[in-house]
Design a protein around this ligand. Structure first.
Ligand code: HEC
Length: 119
């Protein structure tokens, strides 16, 4: 029987197309994996108390914590409030200050600890 000279090329073509599909599916699998990894990652590496205060509290209490409008200065707040009282204000709000600005209790505590140190 005479060999068809095109057979090697046909084999290479079949092999190549097969490889393409294979890599394509492997790639799809990896894509799912990567996408899921992104979702599982924690939202942010815990921001420092100072960063949270600057981004969340400063709009009312002033960038330099000096207070503005009806929001009192946070500088020196440790002179008349304890860490526990500050935690309570952050968690439950008070007067015109909304409750629940910071949800994570551990972070509330960190912020309170940081704030009493601000003179
Ligand atoms: C929407 C504006 C607003 C934001 C945002 C806000 N506060 Fe306040 N905060 C106030 C007001 C107004 C008061 C005064 C409440 C009152 O009348 O008793 C206050 C009071 C306080 C007090 C008590 C001060 C004192 O001398 O008794 C602390 C402590 C405090 N805020 C901390 C924070 C922290 C920490 C954040 C950020 C997580 C924050 N606040 C965000 C408006 C705000």
């Amino acid at each position: 029987m005479k060999k068809n000279p095109l057979i090697p090329f046909a084999l290479i073509a079949v092999f190549g197309i097969g490889l393409m599909f294979l890599l394509g599916f492997v790639g799809l699998g990896n894509m799912d994996e990567m996408a899921n990894k992104g979702e599982e990652a924690p939202e942010t590496a815990a921001a420092s108390p100072e960063e949270v205060v600057k981004s969340t509290c400063a709009a009312c209490h002033g960038q330099d914590l000096a207070g503005q409008g009806n929001a009192p200065a946070l500088k020196g707040v440790g002179d008349h409030l304890s860490v526990e009282e500050i935690q309570d204000v952050i968690t439950n709000g008070r007067g015109a200050m909304p409750a629940g600005l910071v949800k994570d209790p551990a972070q509330v505590q960190e912020i309170a600890n940081w704030l009493v140190e601000q003179k």
